[in-house]
Design a protein around this ligand. Structure first.
Ligand code: SF4
Length: 241
């Protein structure tokens, strides 16, 4: 059991790499990274490479990803020989559509179920099956909203373990600097006005002046409705899974 207050205090002045090292040395193979294949995931995957960690890096293939997302996963596999584990939902997209008699992602009511079936459930099933107790993530306070006040380490009751965000206090510029300094591969759509990337059917480019996540679930915010902000795979985003 971690003393959260003491651990957060102790990690406050450590570097991001030292925070990753702490998680791995404390939880061994039970410490895994959940990778979205976005910029912050590129940073953390590269840190696993620097530490020569063969801990699992989990990537959930929803069946709706851009092919550039799968390409980046493969590039990390080949270039750094990381232990990337691809997880799949129980149902194929076609089976899901048949079972629910609709494309769930097309409606505000259906989206939470779609994200749960295609992201949350495969992730949590794997965490529980393997008995993993710590998941690293790339969330940052500068992203605002539900992420504005997150701690470096917090509990995740869904698998009776912890979340650790090693770059929680990094700015977007710091992320970019790291990627450039270490020549780390990044998702090719980031340079085509996609600062935040999820499934293809729920992600659009952003226009000048829009927030970073404005392109996510844009189709569900039409008609003045607020729409979803997060998919819920991360407990600190307010997941109710
Ligand atoms: S982002 Fe869209 S397509 Fe992907 S799992 Fe969530 S609702 Fe389904």
């Amino acid at each position: 059991m971690l003393d959260l207050q003491m651990t957060n205090e102790a990690l406050k002045d450590k570097t991001a790499l030292e925070r990753v090292e702490f998680g791995i040395s404390t939880f061994g193979k039970g410490a895994v990274l959940l990778s979205s294949m976005q910029k912050t995931a590129s940073v953390l995957m590269h840190m696993f490479h620097r530490l020569k960690a063969d801990n699992e890096i989990l990537f959930v293939d929803t069946g709706f990803h851009f092919h550039e997302t799968l390409q980046l996963r493969d590039e990390f596999l080949h270039r750094y020989r990381l232990n990337i584990r691809t997880l799949y939902p129980t149902l194929t997209p076609e089976q899901q559509e048949e079972q629910y008699r609709c494309k769930l992602y097309q409606t505000v009511e259906g989206q939470p179920a779609c994200c749960d079936l295609r992201k949350g459930k495969p992730f949590l099933r794997h965490m529980k099956k393997e008995g993993h107790k710590l998941v690293f993530g790339g969330r940052r306070r500068q992203e605002g909203s539900a992420r504005a006040n997150i701690d470096i380490v917090s509990t995740d009751p869904r698998f009776d373990g912890y979340n650790l965000n090693p770059i929680v206090d990094w700015s977007s510029d710091r992320v970019t600097e790291y990627l450039q300094e270490h020549k780390v591969p990044v998702h090719s759509l980031h340079s085509l006005c996609y600062p935040s990337i999820g499934c293809q059917c729920c992600t659009t480019p952003v226009m000048e002046g829009e927030e970073e996540r404005a392109g996510r679930w844009r189709h569900l915010r039409e008609e003045g409705r607020r729409g979803p902000a997060y998919c819920g795979i991360n407990f600190t985003d307010g997941s109710g899974i």
